[in-house]
Write a protein that binds this ligand. Structure first.
Ligand code: FSO
Ligand code: SF4
Length: 549
């Protein structure tokens, strides 16, 4: 195996023996083969799409396959093998609709037409040199190809959540197919791949805007909300991940069942939406970011539902391991996966019945956290914000969006938030917020010093806010705003967020706690020279260097 797609990759270089995330070599190789198979689907589908053949089944297969391979999303070899088989069947069916001339035009990708008879063939082929990161020898081409794939993975996840709420955009799927094929096209130069990486950022903006529209048109615009972080005395169901449609269905199906619903990690922003927060049994948020789940789930007592990535493999003795469910692209061996029916509905009755037999959660903490500062809410407060900027009460905004993770070096972000001068405001989105959202950093004339826009995809909201501020303050360039970007990354959704910000023209982003291992020195140089991307050092140095003192 070789995988270097996330920030926690072994020794900052690559996982080659076993994943730091717990991914086995077999799973890693099968995931690579799933991507490879998906490229084969994209090969024919992209051609047919140009002729007007659009299939939701194929669109969903492509984005779901990419999503399955995101860090911590799916550890279930059987489920991955089934997806690979599905992909080969789709590809073979599509092939029958092509003329021989059309097939000929695709000859340079003929290696994507692989076949199998048995599961053993699949496992053997996944070990093939043609599949996976190491198929590319040139360091820079490899770096650009993988950067592009990781951007696509993040984009696919957001696109899938939007699709689950009935929102799709054909051009996003068309770009995903084009870009997937580009990573198998030996004729492309580094410059051409770089252009595609930047184009990927533009589609990242579209995908995040689409998901924003899907979420807000279904559940209303997020509003300022205080979320309980304590527990009640009824049994609970803990729902994790990003899929708000799953949360809505669970809330609706459990409303008279005598159990409470708690959010975990990235699902916390579910509380900010009017159509979700109206449920009286939507109790609060339990615990912290994804990486603390092994200890926190021990205390929850009730069932847990993963709607997306961020699964930490449980220890063999984990008391909760028979109470976990997955859905969408998420999967873990032995955990039940809740399927979606033809109408887009899911049946959570088994989860609810199980919850009724469980004890109430054990309290981890008490109190409230505040959030709901997505674009609509912040723009409603724009006059107050602008007044405070003009009076000097707010001197700077610091975007500290992104991911949390288990490395001790991430304590930097807690210290950074604590040491920020009192006339600064943190804008956040994603699970990075757990490093400082319980610190009580106070407010500036009633405006909290940590404004949480929502999930990592709601970084889109932060961009909308920045662009609006630029307009209202009469500036020419988004980089003239008093905003510093100090972003933490972990997995591939953060990659698409980063590419989206670059596309929007944001410069001088500091990315930490370390730069991605998949950036070759030359590719990193391009990002530094063109976009001023940098990383972090110590809190004191950075506060000085970012002109925050
Ligand atoms: Fe965090 Fe996980 Fe949302 Fe990521 S929960 S790390 S960027 O999934 O997706 O922020
Ligand atoms: Fe390693 Fe991250 Fe890949 Fe897991 S996802 S194998 S931790 S690089």
């Amino acid at each position: 195996m070789f995988c270097y797609q996330c920030q926690e990759t072994a020794q900052g270089k690559g996982c080659s023996i076993i994943g730091v995330c717990g991914k086995t070599p077999k799973t890693a190789k099968l995931q690579d083969l799933l991507i490879y198979t998906t490229k084969g689907v994209a090969l024919y589908s992209s051609l047919l799409r140009k002729k007007g053949h659009i299939s939701n089944e194929i669109n969903r297969f492509i984005i779901n396959s990419l999503f399955i391979t995101i860090t911590n999303a799916n550890f279930d070899d059987e489920a991955i093998i089934n997806e690979i088989k599905k992909g080969v069947v789709i590809r073979e069916n599509l092939e029958t609709s092509l003329s021989s001339d059309e097939k000929k035009s695709l000859e340079k990708f003929s290696h994507l037409n692989w076949k199998f008879s048995t599961d053993e063939d699949i496992i053997a082929f996944s070990d093939n040199k043609k599949v996976g990161v190491l198929r590319t020898e040139n360091e820079d081409i490899k770096s650009l190809r993988e950067l592009l794939i990781y951007g696509l993975k993040g984009m696919a996840a957001y696109t899938e959540h939007a699709m689950n709420l009935g929102k799709t955009q054909d051009e996003i799927f068309a770009f995903i197919e084009k870009a997937l094929l580009a990573t198998e096209d030996d004729s492309l130069t580094g410059d051409e791949l770089t252009a595609l990486v930047l184009e990927c950022g533009s589609y990242g903006v579209k995908a995040m805007a689409l998901l924003d529209e899907a979420n807000t048109s279904s559940f209303g615009n997020p509003v300022i909300t205080k979320v309980n972080i304590g527990v009640g005395n009824r049994p609970g169901i803990l729902i994790s991940g990003h899929d708000l449609n799953d949360l809505k269905q669970l809330l609706e199906q459990s409303k008279d069942s005598g159990v409470d619903i708690y959010t975990h990690s990235e699902m916390l922003p579910g509380h900010y939406y009017p159509e979700l927060k109206k449920y009286p049994h939507f109790f609060g948020n339990y615990g912290n970011a994804w990486w603390k789940q092994k200890e926190e789930f021990e205390k929850f007592n009730g069932p847990i539902v993963f709607t997306t990535n961020c699964i930490v493999p449980p220890s063999p003795k984990a008391s909760y391991k028979d109470r976990v469910f997955t859905t969408n692209a998420a999967g873990y061996p032995g955990w039940k996966n809740i399927k979606v029916d033809a109408n887009g509905n899911k049946d959570f009755s088994e989860v609810i019945e199980l919850a009724k037999t469980c004890q109430a959660p054990i309290e981890l903490e008490k109190g409230e956290i505040i959030g709901g500062f997505a674009h609509n809410q912040v723009l409603a407060l724009a006059d107050t914000v602008i007044e405070n900027i003009k009076s000097g009460a707010i001197r700077k905004f610091v975007v500290m969006a992104g991911c949390d993770g288990r490395m001790a070096s991430r304590n930097y972000y807690t210290e950074f938030a604590e040491k920020l001068p009192k006339d600064t405001i943190i804008l956040t989105a994603g699970c990075a917020k757990y490093k400082y959202n319980k610190l009580n950093l106070g407010d500036i004339n009633g405006i909290p010093r940590v404004l949480d826009a929502g999930q990592c995809n709601d970084s889109y909201s932060l961009a909308v806010i920045a662009l609006k501020l630029k307009e209202v303050l009469g500036l020419n360039d988004v980089n003239e705003l008093p905003i510093v970007y100090n972003i933490a990354w972990y997995e591939q959704k953060a990659v698409i967020v980063l590419l989206a910000l670059l596309y929007l023209g944001v410069k001088n982003i500091h990315l930490g706690p370390t730069l991605p291992a998949f950036l070759s020195p030359n590719v990193a140089k391009v990002l530094v020279e063109n976009f001023g991307i940098g990383t972090i050092s110590t809190v004191d140095e950075d506060l000085k260097n970012f002109n925050l003192l």
